[in-house]
Design a protein around this ligand. Structure first.
Ligand code: ADP
Ligand code: MG
Ligand code: MG
Length: 252
């Protein structure tokens, strides 16, 4: 199956269970949005998918095109074709963006394969052109002293160079100005296509003014409680997350 399939995932941190039988499938060719109030486990999901060592997985499975990735090391997950973009990207002083992306691509090659540097730089500058990023940008150190918008440009550039099969983007967007928001949205819209599945995690509806998702899911207390079309995001914007909680209390 060409999809990222998360099945009955139970996971947590520091002895606290956070993801509770969480299930979600993102087929190639689709963009899904995952929304939900603060503290509901959205970032935990992204970290668990990435193979973050601090998180404890109790049970469940995460299949990428049928292959289990749960329990794999972060670099193995990345090499398998999953790209994760995080709310708080690392600063890597002394490592330029160009060298950082190059290292990530080289890590995916066989040891005896020669890296085609001229082709790499051609492609890098081509992508930078498409993303309207200044050439000088590629020689700056990763995320060091970057504005919110620049961090996002760096992230989208990495994503477009690595050409992953699946992308998971965890967006705070509370701290993002409109420029950064548009960078993310343009990047996602350029990346969407039949060979790629994308999950955009966001607290606010605003980002979805620019990215029109194929499906919207609402997460509450560690699991998905609502799924719908793009209109669901508008409904949430209007009614807020209290509506979801009230409904669950009524149903209980
Ligand atoms: P969201 O992204 O939806 O706001 P998170 O996944 O960040 O939610 O957090 C879910 C829950 O896990 C919260 O109760 C949070 O306090 C807890 N949590 C997250 N990270 C840690 C951590 N490093 N140590 C302990 N608890 C954590
Ligand atoms: Mg949070
Ligand atoms: Mg979060």
């Amino acid at each position: 199956m060409s999809q990222l399939e998360i099945k009955n995932l139970n996971a947590g941190i520091a002895g606290q269970s956070i993801l509770k039988d969480f299930s979600l499938s993102i087929p190639k060719g689709e963009v899904h949005a995952l929304m939900g109030p603060n503290g509901t486990g959205k970032s935990t999901l992204a970290k668990v998918l990435a193979g973050h060592e601090d998180y404890e997985v109790e049970s469940g499975s995460v299949l990428m095109d049928g292959n289990e990735i749960l329990g794999e090391e972060p670099d193995a997950v990345a090499r398998a074709g999953l790209f994760l973009a995080f709310q708080y990207p690392l600063e890597i002083p002394g490592v330029s963006i160009a060298n950082f992306i190059r290292a990530a691509l080289q890590a995916r090659q066989d040891d005896d394969e020669k890296f085609d540097a001229p082709a790499y730089y051609r492609k890098l500058y081509e992508k930078m052109g498409i993303l309207q990023i200044d050439k000088k940008f590629s020689s700056r150190s990763v995320n060091e002293g970057f504005s919110g918008g620049e961090k996002k440009r760096c992230e989208i550039l990495q994503m477009s160079m690595l050409e992953p099969s699946y992308c998971v983007m965890d967006e705070t967007d509370s701290g993002l100005d409109i420029d950064a928001l548009k960078v993310v949205a343009n990047g996602v819209n350029l990346m969407r296509g039949p060979d790629r599945g994308i999950l955009v995690i966001t607290h606010y509806q605003r980002l979805l003014d620019y990215i029109v998702p194929d499906k919207v899911h609402v997460m509450y207390d560690g699991r998905i409680v609502h799924s719908g079309e793009k209109e669901l995001a508008l409904e949430l914007e209007e009614k807020g997350y209290d509506w979801v909680r009230d409904e669950l209390v009524t149903a209980a």
